[in-house]
Design a protein around this ligand. Sequence first.
Ligand SMILES: Cc1cc2nc3c(=O)[nH]c(=O)nc-3n(C[C@H](O)[C@H](O)[C@H](O)COP(=O)(O)O)c2cc1C
Length: 127
Amino acid sequence: MAVSNVKGVTKGVYKYKPHEHELVKIKDGNARDELTAAAIGQTCVRESAIVIVLSAVYERTTQRYGDRGIRYVQMEAGHAAQNLYLQALSLNLGTVVVGALKDQEVRKILKMPDEEYPLYLMPVGKI
Ligand SMILES: Cc1cc2nc3c(=O)[nH]c(=O)nc-3n(C[C@H](O)[C@H](O)[C@H](O)COP(=O)(O)O)c2cc1C
């Protein structure tokens, strides 16, 4: 997640640790411009307060389910994105799924390894 304009949260790039249920800062500074460029200049990314990046390591699922795991990962990403839409709405915020992104650029910004695939950028902000 990239934070650029949230009261009480320092600008930077954060990684969500599900087991600890916490955000760990991995980089200082505003990544908004870089992320906007990685999303081929889409203004919703530039104008948002935060950008949530949903990513997947397909291997974790395909090692169990074979090639069918690819569709399971993508279904799950869709579910997670839908939940973010619902949560944003309940907070009176707006979001949108951005699938048009340059994988390698997003990986670099978020310090993701090659086996991790960024699937969605979800900019969130006041409407
Ligand atoms: C998973 C997914 C990702 C998408 N990503 C983008 C995107 O990054 N940029 C974009 O302009 N439209 C994206 N779209 C398409 C838009 O959501 C929308 O369908 C399209 O802009 C047409 O909208 P309209 O029917 O209101 O004109 C995406 C659609 C889906 C289903």
